[in-house]
Write a protein of this length. Structure first.
Ligand code: SF4
Length: 156
């Protein structure tokens, strides 16, 4: 399967995999395809991958996607954020720091190598710079654990 994905969604999948999730299930509230793409990733069924900071394959059926814009909001440390704006800026930083070309199609294996080489607490702090230090440490630890587990499982 070939996928188009926001880079932070891919890291979220590995973070949850690192936390111990082995099977993603549909979310009835969002109705997005996080479970579908998530399972495809952790089962190593992705062939080619493209990145975007706009809406991706996960967002397509989501009830919060209207005219290709995410209309969802979230609250963090008592501040309300527009998810579209927040995620777009976050994914632009991530694409830049990982050295990804958003116009290019990559082999999934090459992206695993890239993330494995570049993932660090420093990178997480730069991308999620508005988040608490403790939250970023937890994010980094589980993401790294998920990548390591994936590489070991599929002998990559
Ligand atoms: S549209 Fe928004 S809420 Fe829905 S999956 Fe995409 S980013 Fe998440």
């Amino acid at each position: 399967m070939n996928i188009i994905i926001k880079p932070h969604h891919l890291l979220d999948i590995f973070k949850l995999y690192g936390k111990g999730l082995e099977n993603f299930v549909p979310d009835k509230n969002f109705n997005h395809d996080f479970y579908l793409i998530g399972n495809c990733v952790i089962e190593n069924k992705v062939d080619e991958i493209q990145f975007t900071y706009g809406h991706d394959d996960i967002c397509k059926p989501c009830k919060y996607l209207k005219n290709n814009i995410c209309i969802d909001r979230f609250s963090y440390n008592s501040i309300i954020y527009e998810k579209n704006d927040y995620n777009e800026k976050l994914d632009i930083r991530l694409i830049h720091l990982l050295g990804i070309d958003a116009n290019k199609t990559y082999k999934f294996k090459d992206i695993i190598d890239l993330i494995n080489n570049k993932i660090s607490l420093e990178l997480i702090n730069l991308v999620w710079y508005g988040s608490n230090k403790e939250d970023n440490e937890i994010r980094y630890n589980f993401t790294k654990k998920g990548i390591d587990k994936f590489i070991l499982r599929y002998q990559l």
